[in-house]
Design a protein around this ligand. Structure first.
Ligand SMILES: [Zn+2]
Ligand SMILES: [Zn+2]
Length: 105
């Protein structure tokens, strides 16, 4: 887990955090700056924290059946709820033959 540091004064210890919806607002007690920090991801189904981060390509359809990768985003899979999905993603052979995912969504 990366160290949270105040970008204004560099303080990394005298910080307080408050949960705001899905995010955490960090307040620096030294200079008073506050900012939002992404909360630790949790599974929306079971609330568990045993999540696997996976990089998903963001694709754009070009022409015909070709498409190009224009970037990537990080998504999280729950080891409890998405065990099948994790097995599929981390097994390249299964990934190639699976049609479950629609990349054009
Ligand atoms: Zn500060
Ligand atoms: Zn879950």
């Amino acid at each position: 887990m990366p160290i949270v540091r105040c970008q204004q004064c560099g303080e990394s210890e005298d910080l307080s955090g408050a949960r705001v919806g899905n995010e955490i607002e960090i307040t620096c007690n030294v200079c008073g700056r506050s900012w939002l920090r992404d909360a630790e991801p949790t599974c929306p189904d079971c609330g568990g924290r045993a999540l696997r981060a996976t990089k998903e390509p963001v694709v754009q359809r070009a022409r015909g059946t070709a498409y190009s990768v224009v970037g990537e985003k990080t998504t999280y899979l729950c080891e409890a709820c998405d065990a099948g999905e994790i097995a599929r993603r981390f097994d390249p052979l299964k990934t190639e033959t699976s049609q479950r995912e629609d990349p054009w969504k």
